[in-house]
Write a protein that binds this ligand. Structure first.
Ligand code: HEM
Length: 254
């Protein structure tokens, strides 16, 4: 009897053998609708992108809220990697827990630079600032951030304080989604309402596939020290990431 118990196969997670990023990707792809991506499993709902009728005002709301989300992510990782973050360990501030977590892993030595998610080359905040400046020069009024962006930004700040694994899930999904579906959407919208102008939001300095690969490796190394429970906890967060980002995407049609 004990032999059969011992031989019971260990539960396998899709993508597991290729590293944790592949696991996150697998969960994310299934949450797409079938018309969004080949690997999508959800029923299509709402208009397919081909039938979208975006407006510049709606698109600006989307860009402003996206910027707030990237500002938040980029501030959190900046503070987390900053050596002096230990100076505010006694205070309350954005990214404090995440900062502590990264800082403590630095003391472990092994994670050190690997645990830093700043300066990945995927940052979007400055690019979006340039785009908004361009719209302003064209005479458009830049709106204040609206509810979907403000809510997501608060949520991310909170996660960074108390839930690093969940934070990492959002970090992965926000940056990687933008390089895939996000880029497709940007191209489509530019064709429809911007006379094909390519915004900075959709440009990266350097070779994007290399930048993505570097971040994948970093994520895999950090998640390499997580327990199975922590990994599952991160994967379970994917749905929320879709919910919040989906709300911001819908602003394009508002
Ligand atoms: C990848 C479309 C929304 C997360 C992709 C891919 C497509 C796509 C075509 C590439 C699939 C491939 O590698 O063959 C779309 C469309 C969306 C959308 C049309 C909305 C209209 C989202 C949202 C999220 C998300 C809201 C999560 C916040 C991802 C991730 C990947 C991905 C993580 C994998 C990227 C990689 O492998 O590097 N999406 N997507 N997507 N999408 Fe989306």
């Amino acid at each position: 009897v004990s032999a059969t118990t011992a031989e019971k196969p260990k539960k396998r997670y899709p993508g597991e053998t290729k590293g944790f990023v592949e696991e996150m990707r697998f969960v994310a792809m299934k949450l797409h609708t079938r018309d969004q991506a080949k690997e999508g499993e959800k029923e299509p709902k709402g208009q397919p992108i081909a039938k979208w009728e975006p407006s510049i005002e709606g698109y600006l709301r989307f860009l402003v809220d996206s910027k707030l989300v990237y500002d938040t992510l980029e501030t959190v990782v900046e503070k987390a990697a900053y050596p002096f973050c230990k100076d505010f360990l006694h205070g309350v501030g954005t990214g404090l827990k995440f900062c502590k977590w990264i800082w403590e892993s630095k003391f472990d030595g092994a994670l050190a630079a690997d645990a830093e998610f700043r300066n990945t080359g995927l940052e979007r905040s400055e690019k979006l600032a340039k785009d908004l400046e361009w719209f302003k020069e064209q005479g458009y009024a830049i709106p204040e951030p609206s509810s979907p962006g403000v809510t997501y930004a608060h949520f991310l700040e909170e996660l960074s304080e108390k839930n690093p694994q969940a934070f990492i899930c959002h970090f992965y999904n926000v940056y990687f989604a933008h390089t895939a579906g996000g880029r497709m959407i940007g191209k489509k919208v530019a064709e429809m309402i911007l006379d094909k102008k390519e915004l900075e939001f959709y440009k990266w300095d350097g070779d994007l596939s290399q930048l993505l690969q570097n971040v994948r490796e970093k994520l895999n190394r950090v998640a390499g020290s997580w327990s199975r429970e922590e990994k599952n906890h991160c994967l379970e967060e994917t749905e929320k990431s879709f919910k919040y980002s989906g709300g911001i995407l819908r602003l394009i049609l508002s």
